[in-house]
Write a new protein. Structure first.
Length: 600
C-alpha cells in the first residue's frame, strides 16, 4: 500500500469518526399502517404509526445523528415523511419528486439519516396526498446539547408537548372531492336573515343594501374563514372530553410546546388566569414576551413558559371560525380532586371585511364592483390584481381596546358584530401576541441587505377550487431558481380573501417585522393575512430543491406550491429581480419607499 493511499484512508477514517463516532446515534423505527381509531366515540379507519394515532413523539439532542427507519405497510399508497423545520440534506427532507426522492412504495422502506443541527420544537408529517390529515403526523422535540448551559428563563421542571390538530369523520380524499364539487361545500355558517336585520339596524338600509350587493356580485361570503368545517379539535390526539392533562407541582415552571399540526385550522390560544411567556417561535428562541393569548397558524409552533399558582387551569385553543375548541388541562399533582373540563362560550365569529378582500382602502377603494361582469366574479381570480397594500402584521387590529371583557362578550355575542380576519375579540386589557413582538434571542449572523427580490403571489379560482402561486398551480409552474449564497427578500403578496401559512422547507426565513435586521426572528412558516403583503429575508445557503407552499393541506393539494431551487446559477437563470432594477422602475419607486419604511 502506498504512503499516499494510506494517508487518504486515515483522513477518511478521521472524517467519518468526527461525523459518527463522537455523536450519539439516535435510532427509531416507524411503521406506517392503517388501523381503527376511536376519536369521537365511533371507530374510523385511519393511518397509524407504530399502532398509534397520532404518530409517536420523537426526541433528539442537538448534535445527534438521526437514523429513522420508515416502513410503509399501506396496501395501495406511496408514503413519505417530511421533517418540518429541520435543516438537513435535500433527499432527507421527504418530499416526493424533490432531490431525487420518489416516496416510499407500499411494503417498502426508507432510512432517513441526518445530523441534528438545531434544537427546539418541531414536528413531522406525511407529504403524500392527504395522509397528514388522516393521521400521519407527530411531534419532534430536540433538546439543547447536554454541555450547553440553558439560559435562566429556559430552565423548567416540566416539559410538555401540546399538539393541536383537527379530526374529520371524512377522509382527506372525500374532503378533497367535496371541495372540487363546490368550494362552499362546507360553508355551514352562512349569515341568516337575522344577521342582515342586525346590520340594517346598525348601518341603515342604504349602507346594508350596498354592502350586500357588492358581496353578492363577488359570489363570496363574509363567513369564508375556513374552507372545511365539521372538525373535532384535539390536543395530543385527545378530544376535550378525553381531557389531556399535564401535571405540575407547586412553584414549578412549565414549558408548553404548542404545535399546530392541523390540516386546515388556525387557533386562538389562551390559558385563562395564567400568563404565558413566549420563548420560542417555529423552534427558534426569541426574546421572552409575556402574553395572554396568541394566534397560531397551521404548521407554526410556539414555546411558552408558565408558572402555575392555582391548582387547576384549562388550556383553550379556539378555532378562528369559532366552530369549536381543543381543550386540555394543567393540574397540581398534589391535589387529588381532579377537575373536568368546561366548554367555554365561543367568542363572536369575525366576518370578513372589504379590507380583507383588498377592496377597502388604497387603490382598491376606487374599484366599482357593480360594473364588473357577474359571471367573471363567480370564479374570481384574485391573482390578476397587481397591487396590494403594504405589509401588515399577522393581526392588524389593536386587541387591547374597544372590546368588552370576555364574560360580557360571551353573554352578548349574539348582538356583537366583529369584522376583519385579524380581530380575535381579545378581552380588553389582555395582550395578544403580534408578529412585531418577536425578536431573535441571539443576534442574526447574516444582516446583509438583500440584493434581489422573489415575488410569491398567492391567488386562486374558487369556482374550480384551484389555488395558485404567481397565477399557476404547482403542476403547471416552472421551478423558482435562486443563487446559492445570495441574500434575498421574499415578498408574499396575498391576492386572496383567505390567510395562507406559507412554509419554506430546508431553510429559515428572517421575518421583516419592524425589528432591526440583527433582531429579526427566524420563521419556517409565515402567515400571510388576506389581501396583505408580508416580506422575509432569506440567505440561500442550502443547496437543493425545496418546497415552498401554503400549509393549509387542501390549498397545497389544489396547487398552492412550488419548487425553490438553490443552485450555482447565473443571474439570467434566477427567478428573482435585482433590487436595483426594482428601485429603478418609476412606477414602483413610491411604493418601494413605502415598503422600506414599513420594514425598517
Amino acid at each position: 500500500m502506498s504512503i499516499q493511499f494510506s494517508k487518504s484512508i486515515i483522513v477518511t477514517a478521521a472524517l467519518l469518526s468526527s461525523t459518527w463516532s463522537f455523536a450519539a446515534v439516535k435510532e427509531y423505527h416507524l411503521s406506517i399502517d392503517e388501523g381503527m381509531v376511536n376519536v369521537t366515540g365511533k371507530a374510523f379507519k385511519r393511518i397509524t404509526v407504530n399502532g398509534q394515532f397520532p404518530a409517536p413523539l420523537l426526541e433528539f439532542e442537538e448534535g445527534d445523528d438521526a437514523v429513522i427507519h420508515v416502513h410503509n405497510h399501506l396496501k395501495n399508497q406511496d408514503s413519505s415523511i417530511h421533517w418540518h423545520g429541520l435543516l438537513l440534506p435535500g433527499i432527507m427532507d421527504g418530499v416526493p419528486g424533490f432531490n431525487g426522492f420518489n416516496g416510499i412504495k407500499p411494503q417498502g422502506d426508507f432510512v432517513y439519516k441526518f445530523k441534528v443541527r438545531q434544537s427546539g420544537t418541531y414536528w413531522y408529517h406525511a407529504h403524500s396526498k392527504g395522509q397528514e390529515q388522516d393521521g400521519l403526523y407527530g411531534a419532534l422535540v430536540i433538546y439543547p446539547k447536554g454541555k450547553k448551559p440553558l439560559a435562566e428563563h429556559e430552565k423548567t421542571e416540566r416539559d410538555y408537548v401540546v399538539m393541536l390538530s383537527d379530526f374529520h369523520e371524512k377522509t382527506s380524499e372525500q374532503i378533497q372531492k367535496d371541495l372540487k364539487i363546490s368550494a362552499e361545500y362546507y360553508q355551514n355558517q352562512r349569515e341568516t336573515l337575522g344577521d342582515v336585520w342586525k346590520q340594517v339596524k346598525r348601518d341603515g338600509i342604504k349602507a346594508t343594501w350596498s354592502d350586500r350587493k357588492m358581496w353578492n356580485q363577488m359570489r363570496m361570503l363574509k363567513t369564508d374563514l375556513s374552507d372545511v368545517t365539521g372538525y373535532t379539535f384535539l390536543i395530543n390526539g385527545k378530544t376535550p372530553e378525553q381531557n389531556w392533562t399535564g401535571m405540575f407541582q407547586p412553584n414549578e415552571k412549565v414549558r408548553l410546546r404548542f404545535i399546530n399540526a392541523s390540516a386546515m385550522s388556525f387557533f386562538d390560544v389562551r390559558i385563562p388566569n395564567l400568563k404565558m411567556m413566549v420563548v420560542g417561535a417555529d423552534g427558534q428562541p426569541v426574546q421572552p414576551i409575556a402574553v395572554d393569548e396568541f394566534r397560531i397558524g397551521t404548521a407554526e409552533t410556539y414555546d411558552v413558559l408558565v408558572e402555575p399558582k392555582a391548582d387547576h387551569y384549562q388550556i383553550e385553543a379556539e378555532s378562528i371560525d369559532r366552530s369549536g375548541f381543543a381543550i386540555g388541562t394543567l393540574h397540581n399533582a398534589l391535589t387529588a380532586n381532579m377537575h373536568g373540563i368546561h366548554m367555554p362560550q365561543a367568542r363572536p365569529r369575525a366576518l370578513l371585511s372589504m379590507a380583507d378582500m383588498g377592496h377597502g382602502s388604497g387603490e382598491h377603494a376606487s374599484i366599482d364592483h357593480s360594473k364588473m361582469n357577474h359571471n367573471a366574479m363567480q370564479g374570481m381570480d384574485h391573482s390578476a390584481h397587481q397591487k396590494v397594500e403594504k405589509q401588515e402584521n399577522i393581526h392588524t387590529t389593536d386587541h387591547t381596546k374597544d372590546h368588552a371583557p370576555h364574560q360580557n362578550i360571551a353573554s352578548e355575542q349574539s348582538d356583537v358584530v366583529v369584522e376583519g380576519w385579524a380581530n380575535a375579540s381579545t378581552p380588553k386589557g389582555d395582550k395578544a401576541l403580534q408578529y412585531s413582538d418577536l425578536k431573535s434571542l441571539t443576534p442574526q449572523s447574516d444582516t446583509r441587505e438583500p440584493t434581489s427580490e422573489l415575488v410569491i403571489r398567492l391567488g386562486g379560482t374558487m369556482e374550480r377550487y384551484i389555488w395558485t402561486i404567481n397565477g399557476k398551480k404547482f403542476s403547471d409552474a416552472e421551478p423558482l431558481k435562486v443563487k446559492y449564497g445570495e441574500r434575498i427578500r421574499i415578498k408574499f403578496i396575498n391576492d386572496s380573501m383567505m390567510a395562507h401559512p406559507m412554509h419554506l422547507h430546508g431553510m429559515f426565513m428572517q421575518l421583516e417585522n419592524g425589528q432591526p435586521a440583527v433582531d429579526m426572528p427566524n420563521k419556517h412558516t409565515i402567515v400571510v393575512p388576506p389581501a396583505k403583503t408580508v416580506t422575509a429575508l432569506l440567505t440561500a445557503d442550502e443547496l437543493g430543491e425545496w418546497a415552498i407552499h401554503c400549509h393549509l393541506l387542501y390549498h397545497m393539494s389544489a396547487g398552492m406550491m412550488n419548487k425553490l431551487i438553490v443552485a450555482q446559477v447565473s443571474d439570467a437563470e434566477t427567478a428573482t429581480t435585482t433590487i436595483e432594477k426594482i428601485n429603478a422602475t418609476p412606477s414602483n419607486t413610491a411604493k418601494q419607499q413605502g415598503d422600506q419604511h414599513a420594514h425598517h
